[in-house]
Design a protein around this ligand. Structure first.
Ligand SMILES: [Zn+2]
Ligand SMILES: [Zn+2]
Ligand SMILES: [Zn+2]
Ligand SMILES: [Zn+2]
Length: 508
C-alpha cells in the first residue's frame, strides 16, 4: 500500500518512480507492502516453503500435497507455500531434490507461479527493470543459462519460445536488481549459533524507489516480511522518494563499484559527484607533501586516474592511492578482533596517512566502540568510548540524516558510557550530585533522541529490543533524578553548602 503522501509516476529521465504528492514530515509512513516472493539467498540453503525457517538434518519432510516443497514438518502452519504454488509444483515435474541441490531456482520458480495464477502481478513483475543488455556480457548470464534456464526447459516448466524470449534471464535480472535482503529476527534467532543466512524478497512497489547514496527514507522489515518505509527526513512535495541501497560508511569508489556490479548503474547523486563527499572526507588521504591538505579524487564522474591535494594542488596517481588503501586494508584484516590495544595502535598509525573520517578508520572506530562496550567499564575505557561516539555522530548525521539506526545505536552507547562514568566519579567524590544530575539530564535527552531513531524498528529486531532498553533506562534515570533532587543532601548541594554527599547515592 502506497500511502496518500506519494504516488507512482513516470518520466523519460527516471522511468517509473515514487514521488511525494504533498510535504511529508519525517516519520510519516510512505509505503507498507507484502512481498511478491521470498526465497533463500545463496546456493545450498534448505528452507521451509511454508514458514521460511532454515532446515537442517538428513531427512527433510515435504508438503504432503505436492510432495515437492520442503517443509519443517508436514503440519507447518506457515502461509508462504500458497495453494497456487502447491498446485503449480504438482503439475510441473520439479522435485524437492532440485531445490536441495540448487536453491538458486526457488525465487525464479516462485515468480513463474504468477504466470498462470495472477495476470496482474505477472505483468507488474515483468515491467520491472532487468538490465538485460548490461548483464548479457557478465558471467551471471552463463550461470543462469546453465543452472536455471536449461533445467526449467528440461523439466518442461518453460518452453523453447520462453528461452528465445530470454524470460528466465529477465526474471533473474529483475530479482537481482530489485529484491531486498531480509534479515528478520525470527530468521536470525534460528541461526544464532551458526552462519547467518538471509532471505531475499521482491516487492513490486518498493522496487520502483530510486537510489541515492543519501536516502530520504527509513526501511524496516516486520516479522511477517512486510516492508515498511517511513520518511527519514522532511520531504518536500513533488520530490523523488529515495532509498540508499549502498553502505553509507563506504567511500565513493567502493559504493559506486558495488552499485555498478550489483545494480548495473553509475550513481550520480550529490555525494558521488562531490570529491569531499559532503565535506566528510570519507575517501580522502592526508597530503604527504603539505601535511595539512586532503588528497581527493579529481575526476569523480567515471574515471579515477588522478587524485589531488585540495591545499597544495599536488597530484597523486590513482594506483598509488589504491595500493595505500590495499596495504592498510591488509593490516585491518589481520587485527585480532578482540584486542583493543591492537585496534588503537593501528588507528593511531593510519591517522598519519588517512583523513580521520576515512572509511577504513571508521571501521576501526566502530569495532573499538563495540570492544569498549564489552570490556569492563574502567574510567579510561569509558572516556575513550565517549570520545569515539562523539566523533562518529556528526558524520552519521551527514551520511544518514534524519531517522537512522546508526545514530540511534550510537546515541544509546554514548549516554550509557557517560552515565557509567559519572556514577564512578560520584563514587570517587570527583564530582558532586549537582554535576551528576546534569549528566543524568543530558542522558535523558540522548535517550529520547535514541528512541526517536529506533521507534520505527520492528519490536523483535535487535534494534527494536534496544529501543525497549532505552525506555527502561529512561525510566531508571528519571526516578534516580527525582530521588536525588528530592533528597535533603542534594538541596544542600543546590544551596552550595558543602556536606557529606554520599548519603543519597548509596545505591550506586
Ligand atoms: Zn515451516
Ligand atoms: Zn505443496
Ligand atoms: Zn551516489
Ligand atoms: Zn598538499
Amino acid at each position: 500500500m502506497v500511502t496518500s503522501f506519494c504516488e507512482i509516476t513516470q518520466d523519460e529521465k527516471q522511468g517509473r518512480y515514487l514521488k511525494t504528492t504533498q510535504n511529508v514530515p519525517e516519520g510519516s509512513l510512505i509505503l507498507k507492502e507484502e512481498p511478491l516472493v521470498i526465497g533463500p539467498e545463496g546456493v545450498g540453503v534448505v528452507f521451509c516453503f511454508c514458514c521460511n525457517k532454515i532446515l537442517n538434518g538428513v531427512k527433510i519432510p515435504v508438503c504432503p500435497k505436492c510432495k515437492t516443497a520442503s517443509v519443517c514438518n508436514e503440519n507447518c502452519e506457515g502461509i508462504w507455500h500458497s495453494d497456487n504454488e502447491c498446485d503449480f509444483f504438482s503439475k510441473c515435474s520439479v522435485q524437492c531434490g532440485h531445490f536441495l541441490v540448487n536453491s538458486q531456482i526457488i525465487l525464479p520458480l516462485r515468480c513463474l507461479v504468477f504466470r498462470n495464477s495472477n495476470n496482474q502481478k505477472w505483468d507488474e513483475l515483468l515491467k520491472l527493470e532487468s538490465h538485460l543488455e548490461k548483464r548479457r556480457k557478465c558471467p551471471v548470464w552463463k550461470d543462469i543459462a546453465i543452472n536455471i534456464e536449461a533445467l526449467f526447459l528440461n523439466l518442461g516448466i518453460i518452453s523453447k519460445v520462453d528461452v528465445e524470449n530470454e524470460l528466465i534471464q529477465k526474471i533473474c535480472g529483475i530479482l537481482d536488481i530489485n529484491s531486498f535482503e531480509l534479515r528478520t529476527n525470527a530468521f536470525i534467532d534460528n541461526y544464532s549459533s551458526g552462519p547467518v543466512h538471509v532471505l531475499r524478497g521482491l516487492y513490486l512497489k518498493a522496487a520502483l524507489i530510486n537510489h541515492d547514496c543519501v536516502g530520504n527514507t527509513h526501511l524496516a522489515i516486520d516479522d511477517n516480511y512486510n516492508l515498511i518505509i517511513h520518511a527519514s527526513i522532511d520531504i518536500p512535495v513533488g520530490a523523488s522518494v529515495y532509498f540508499n541501497y549502498s553502505n553509507p560508511l563506504k567511500g565513493n569508489n567502493e559504493r559506486r563499484l558495488i552499485l555498478r556490479q550489483s545494480k548495473y548503474f553509475d550513481c550520480l547523486c550529490n555525494r558521488c559527484l562531490d570529491p569531499s563527499e559532503l565535506k566528510t572526507e570519507i575517501s580522502s588521504l592526508r597530503c604527504p607533501r603539505c601535511k595539512h591538505g586532503f588528497v581527493r579524487p579529481v575526476n569523480v564522474d567515471g574515471s579515477y586516474n588522478m587524485w589531488s591535494c585540495n591545499t597544495c594542488q599536488r597530484d597523486f596517481s590513482h594506483s598509488l592511492v589504491q595500493s595505500t588503501i590495499i596495504e592498510a586494508r591488509a593490516l585491518l584484516n589481520s587485527l585480532n578482533i578482540s584486542d583493543i590495544a591492537e585496534h588503537e595502535e593501528l588507528l593511531h598509525k593510519l591517522l598519519k596517512t588517512f583523513s580521520p573520517n576515512h572509511f577504513l578508520l571508521l571501521e576501526i572506530k566502530q569495532n573499538l566502540i563495540g570492544l569498549y562496550t564489552q570490556s569492563e567499564p574502567k574510567v579510561n575505557k569509558l572516556r575513550r568510548k565517549i570520545e569515539l561516539c562523539e566523533e562518529l555522530l556528526p558524520l552519521f548525521r551527514v551520511v544518514e540524516p534524519g531517522l537512522s539506526r546508526m545514530q540511534g545505536i550510537t546515541l544509546y552507547e554514548l549516554q550509557s558510557a557517560r552515565v557509567l562514568l559519572a556514577e564512578k566519579r560520584v563514587k570517587n567524590k570527583e564530582i558532586d550530585e549537582k554535576a551528576f544530575i546534569e549528566v543524568l539530564k543530558d542522558a535523558d535527552s540522548l535517550l529520547k533522541q535514541s528512541i526517536k531513531h529506533l521507534l520505527y524498528e520492528p519490536k523483535c529486531s535487535p534494534e527494536g529490543r534496544l529501543c525497549l532498553e532505552c525506555l527502561g533506562e529512561l525510566k531508571r534515570i528519571r526516578s534516580l533524578m527525582t530521588e536525588l533532587e528530592l533528597s535533603p543532601c542534594c538541596n544542600e548541594v543546590k544551596s552550595h553548602r558543602k556536606k557529606d554527599k554520599t548519603s543519597c547515592l548509596s545505591e550506586l
